[in-house]
Design a binder for this molecule. Sequence first.
Ligand code: NAD
Length: 499
Amino acid sequence: MAAQTSEITTYQNYIGGEWVDAASGETSENRDPATGELIGLFPRSGAEDVNRAVAAARKAFDGWRLTPAPKRGEILYRVGQLLAERKEEIARALTREMGKVLVEARGDVQEGVDMAFYMAGEGRRLFGSIVPSELPNKAAYGVRDPLGVVACITPWNFPVAIPSWKTMAALIAGNTVVLKPATDTPNSARLLVQVYADAGLPPGVLNLVCGTGSEVGTPLVQHPDVAGISFTGSNEVGREVNVEAARQFKRVTLELGGKNAIIVMDDADLELAVDGIVWSAFGTTGQRCTAASRLIVQKGVRAELEQRLLERATKLRLGPGLEETTDVGPLISRSQRDRVHSYMAVARDEGARILTGGEIATDGDLAQGNFYTPTLLGDVRPGMRVEQEEIFGPVLSIIEVETLAEAIAVNNNTRYGLSSSIFTNNINAAQTAMRDLTTGIVYINAGTIGAEIQLPFGGTRGTGNGHREAGLGALEFFTEWKAIYIDYSGRLQRAQIDA
Ligand code: NAD
């Protein structure tokens, strides 16, 4: 699976149960975003590799589809056990290639463990429906069939959790899979796939093809033997994937961007709110689809909350995620760092104030990585670009409002609809918020992050196309309903006609 020459390791794709080079023999570098160090070389695959992987998945499909779901579940259970045993090793590798602090990387792997056990259990359920027939001596029921070969295309920000969520749900339902990880995080996906291999997953059931969106993602989406696509990433790419898939009437789930807000009411427990805001805005360096990038605060506590946040934000320590003293790791890439920084000029032009941060961090060793200072923007008004656009970095916009109704309106008025939260001790305000916040996830007295895998995950409006990941929603995506009628009357009975 890997060859080492003069300290540089070259890794491979996983196709048909074997670790293989890209057909072209070409590779791409994978670097640590905190230090710039080379982690290894990964296959720069193309359409030929996609064709091979899809063919392998297709070949494996009947065997896997006909493997009893509880037996499929047993393999997933073993995957969960192995992931738990290797949690520390995988978390360290994940931090090295993605940058998030180690404690969060462990959480990323833990999501894989949780999902493995959850979906393993689904192997003994996969509930269908049994309903009465309108005709005598006739049985009627609905069962779930797998789609066939499915593509899982994943981003870099949860490099173990998101591939786990997708592949585990796809596999328990009886699909075979081609996984295309983000170009920045192939190593985490490789380690996950190795776990599957070691857990005894049959050859071809799960295949890994590393490479870019245009060279691997596009041919995968276009491949006529790929029946469904589970995509998580940006809105721009999600739209392209959706359009391509529509040409062949393929099923697609899109989990896209967010512009999530925390509302803080005058009556809130401010200490708790500060903890929730700092964790949601600056955890994972703001690179979560559920990160809080807006704080909507009621007028009476705005000044005090701003002051408390300033104190906390300026104390956050930047550094490599593997160092225990680090609170905030690097951004994934130099281009992402520069993109985040470009929003500071936008903020100033629109009349916002940079209360703290707003700078590329270059002190000492930080210059080697893609570090950005945790940033608070004051005087932000609804409609400004920094209030509307996904920045995907450690930047929090503070918006003052007068009332709960105004707070809810500001929260709901974006093109995204993933996660929202409210801090209040007023039960009526909390109930109203639960009813009127139009996001797929709502938190009361907690930040905007921290989803659990047994609940549906996804968003409204531009955050997706109406599907949900995790929980039972994932099975809805990865299965086709088949209605079955069994007539044991011994004569022709016509529905709607023979009463
Ligand atoms: P991205 O859209 O750039 O890439 C996502 C994946 O798509 C990568 O594997 C990429 O190589 C691939 N890709 C690129 N072009 C493609 C094409 N034409 N056809 C097929 N595949 C293609 O996103 P990213 O930068 O990796 O991730 C960050 C984005 O992901 C943010 O917008 C974030 O909000 C979003 N995200 C959403 C969720 C969610 O569940 N809603 C979760 C995590 C991240």
